[in-house]
Every structure is written in structure tokens, then in C-alpha cells.
Write a protein that binds this ligand. Structure first.
Ligand code: ZN
Length: 119
């Protein structure tokens, strides 16, 4: 495994208390997976993508797998249900993020504590 080059992708993503390193998925596993989330190993593995738009969609999808794994105390969904939910949420949220940069900036600011967080 190695870090992902040729993009200005950050090397890791923080999800709650956990930091997941973004690394390349092996060629063999890339044949059947665009990405794999390994929450307990602190890894988000990504296959080579034909463009960064596809890569971004995969990262969002894998982030939902990470959230399902890290933020639920037990397995609430079947694998198929989680896959469907990750697809729906990542496609929907991806569109919202892309089309509403001002709202996203506002949400980030407020989640950090708003103007009180600036002090
Ligand atoms: Zn998936």
C-alpha cells in the first residue's frame, strides 16, 4: 500500500476521534472494488480512478461506510442495505456539496462553534 499521488488529495481524513489514512488499493483488489474502508485499521483504500470526479464520489461513498462502522455500536444494516445507503447518501450529499458551497462553508463554521469558536 502507498499514498495516493498526482492529486492534491489530503493524506488522511478525520472522522470523530479516528483518523483514516487515504492509501492506494492493491491492483488485485482494484479489479472488484473502487474503494475499501478499513475502520479498525485506520485506512481508506482507493483504487486508481480515471478522473478525480470519480475518485471524489468513491471517497464520499467510503466515508459513509466509515460512518456506519464508527458511529453505530452494532451492525444495524445488512451488507446490501449498507451498500445501498452509502450509494444514496454519497450521491445525494455529493450533489448538495457541489451545488451549495456557501451553505457548506456556513455549516462548517457553525459546527465549529460559529463566531464564538473564533475567539
Ligand atoms: Zn460500498
Amino acid at each position: 500500500m502507498s499514498t495516493i499521488k498526482n492529486t492534491n488529495l489530503p493524506p488522511s481524513v478525520k472522522i470523530g476521534y479516528r483518523t483514516l489514512r487515504l492509501e492506494k488499493l492493491s491492483k488485485v483488489k482494484s479489479q472488484c472494488h473502487a474503494g475499501i474502508c478499513k475502520w479498525h485499521d485506520g485506512l481508506l483504500l482507493l483504487a486508481a480512478h480515471k478522473d478525480t470526479q470519480e475518485l471524489a464520489a468513491t471517497i464520499l461513498h467510503e466515508l459513509f461506510h466509515a460512518i456506519f462502522c464508527g458511529f453505530s455500536s452494532r451492525k444495524e444494516l445488512t451488507e446490501e442495505q449498507e451498500e445501498q445507503a452509502a450509494d444514496i447518501l454519497s450521491n445525494g450529499l455529493g450533489a448538495v456539496i457541489r451545488d451549495n458551497p456557501e451553505l457548506i462553508a456556513w455549516l462548517v463554521h457553525e459546527l465549529e462553534g460559529g463566531d464564538e469558536g473564533d475567539e
